[in-house]
Design a protein around this ligand. Structure first.
Ligand SMILES: [Cu+2]
Length: 116
């Protein structure tokens, strides 16, 4: 075996535990059937890959979005019974999750996402 190839394989083996340690969290919330509210205003996850799955129980259209610390991502806008999902890699810090439809966030459809 060629020495460079052997070193490359060794490097991959050594790097593997670091990537396996990086966390992946899925948080589930819903848009309440009435009022412009999600089921919670506080979410928490470990840094790494974070997914929020939002089920819309309301007759109005809603979505789920995350912003803060230079991040701004948005799931699709969905109707009753459907889910909007957003996935993003986040560093430690405090972010905002919110509904980007019309003025829903200003009306209360938002919360704090704390990444530790
Ligand atoms: Cu909304």
């Amino acid at each position: 075996m060629n020495r460079l190839l052997a070193l490359s394989i060794l490097a991959l083996i050594l790097a593997a535990p670091a990537s396996a340690a990086s966390s992946s969290t899925t948080l589930r919330i819903s848009a309440l059937a009435s009022g412009l509210r999600y089921s919670t205003t506080h979410l928490k996850a470990a840094h790494g890959k974070v997914t929020i799955v939002m089920k819309n129980l309301s007759p109005l259209q809603h979505d789920i979005a995350i912003k803060g610390k230079g991040v701004s991502v948005k799931g699709k806008t969905v109707g009753k019974g459907q889910t909007s999902t957003v996935t993003v890699t986040l560093k430690k810090g405090v972010y905002t999750f919110y509904c980007s439809v019309d003025s829903h966030a200003a009306a209360g459809m938002k919360g704090t996402l704390t990444i530790t």
